[in-house]
Design a protein around this ligand. Structure first.
Ligand SMILES: Nc1ncnc2c1ncn2[C@@H]1O[C@H](COP(=O)(O)OP(=O)(O)O)[C@@H](O)[C@H]1O
Ligand SMILES: [Mg+2]
Length: 373
């Protein structure tokens, strides 16, 4: 039987993926609470700036710096807000050998125009935060909430795309524009190119030559370090102690979307390790109907039987909706969380969900592992 506990064994990073609105952020928080209560030094990294989550975790503010969330009995976890729109500047600052080198890149107009639009840089900065905390945050486990399905592929594929860019011909041209000329790198090539750029400069009024030259010199010293760093972040995503857990709700549209997502991620060599089904019909409602007590009025008996029949039909439908997801994701259901009544408010609700994610071993949720486990 596969359980969430089993999936977490030996893992250091857990990415929660899935469509928007399935309860991914809530589940990530609950996972972190459960892991922290099991004695692991845990941080939850969320991309969701919603005040609800901050409130749920009892935090006034949430940003890129880890905030401590006390869970009582001396237990705590840390929470971090991952900003996928933060600029690439911090990465540059971290890699530059000296503040002057960083400034040379950051203040360059070419960099300023490029850094926001280069493929994957915005998402990469979020991955970079995960990487940094995994390396020297002092945690046993990072639970990472990811952007909704549409964007998660960009997010998890960002290091690879950035590497592809750094290795691309376009980037080689940017570093040394003379490579496009015959006799690349030669003094003649440099002379020809300078002449062309100076001509352009007269037309455009841009200090193109100087800026390209400055940028080339500045980025040159950085790309080796950047390449190694991005490659290491990519390796971390694919490491054996990193796992992906797919969060879904038992609804046909979400299941279809998530099945497609799981297949796209498998294509990036990021297979889903387990599925968490959120907002299930509470199992207690679906227990086999025992004999009805004597003395009930016949019309009431009829209504009770009908009500139970309807719930049983819903339960069967729920299983039928989920079965293709299990097959297409190639991963078992590792936990089920019932649909809770009312709005989820604070840490108590997150803790309740954590209890469903990690049911006590002895009693265990009877359903876990039934689908493909
Ligand atoms: N098991 C559940 N029962 C009831 N409501 C839930 C459950 N899980 C999540 N919710 C609610 O669903 C909404 C979306 O949850 P959220 O975690 O923000 O989803 P996502 O991050 O996938 O967009 C929130 O209002 C949350 O309180
Ligand atoms: Mg969310």
């Amino acid at each position: 039987m596969t359980t969430l506990e089993g999936l977490l064994e030996g893992r250091r990073i857990l990415f929660c993926v899935g469509s928007g609105g399935v309860g991914k952020t809530t589940t990530a928080a609950a996972l972190a609470v459960g892991a922290a209560r099991r004695g692991r030094r845990t941080a939850v990294l969320t991309v969701d700036p919603a005040p609800r989550l901050k409130d749920a975790l009892g935090l006034g503010t949430l940003d890129a710096r880890p905030r401590r969330v006390p869970l009582g009995a001396g237990i705590h976890l840390d929470a971090v807000l991952l900003d996928v729109r933060r600029t690439f500047d911090e990465v540059v600052r971290g890699l530059a050998a000296t503040p002057e080198q960083a400034r040379a890149v950051l203040e360059n107009r070419l960099y300023q125009n490029l850094s926001g639009t280069l493929a994957g840089t915005a998402e990469y900065t979020a991955v970079e935060t995960v990487f940094r905390l995994a390396q020297d945050g002092g945690y046993d486990l990072l639970v990472v909430d990811t952007p909704p399905a549409r964007h998660v592929v960009d997010f998890l594929d960002a290091p690879r795309r950035l590497l592809a860019l750094l290795d691309s011909r376009a980037f080689a041209i940017l570093k040394d524009p003379t490579v496009i000329l015959p006799g690349a790198g030669s003094r003649v090539a440099h002379y020809v190119l300078s002449a062309v750029l100076r001509g352009l400069e007269r037309f455009t009024g841009l200090e193109l030559v100087r800026e390209v030259g400055d940028f080339v010199r500045a980025i040159e010293g950085l790309t080796g370090a950047l390449r190694a760093r991005v490659a290491a972040a990519d390796a971390l995503l694919h490491a054996a102690d990193t796992a992906l857990v797919l969060v879904t709700a038992p609804e046909p549209r979400l299941v279809e979307e998530n099945a497609r997502l799981a297949q796209a991620l498998a294509g990036l060599r990021l297979p889903v390790g387990g599925i968490i089904v959120n907002r299930m019909l509470p199992r207690a409602l679906l227990a086999p109907a025992g004999p009805l007590p004597d003395g009930l009025a016949a019309p009431l008996m009829v209504r009770l039987r009908r009500a139970h029949g309807e719930l049983a039909a819903l339960a069967a439908r729920q299983e039928a909706v989920l079965a293709p997801l299990v097959a297409r994701a190639g991963a078992p259901v590792v936990a089920e969380v019932p649909l809770l009544a009312g709005d989820l408010g604070g840490l108590d609700d997150v803790t309740t969900i954590a209890r469903h994610l990690f049911p006590p071993a002895a009693t265990g949720s009877p359903s876990v592992g039934r689908l493909g486990g």
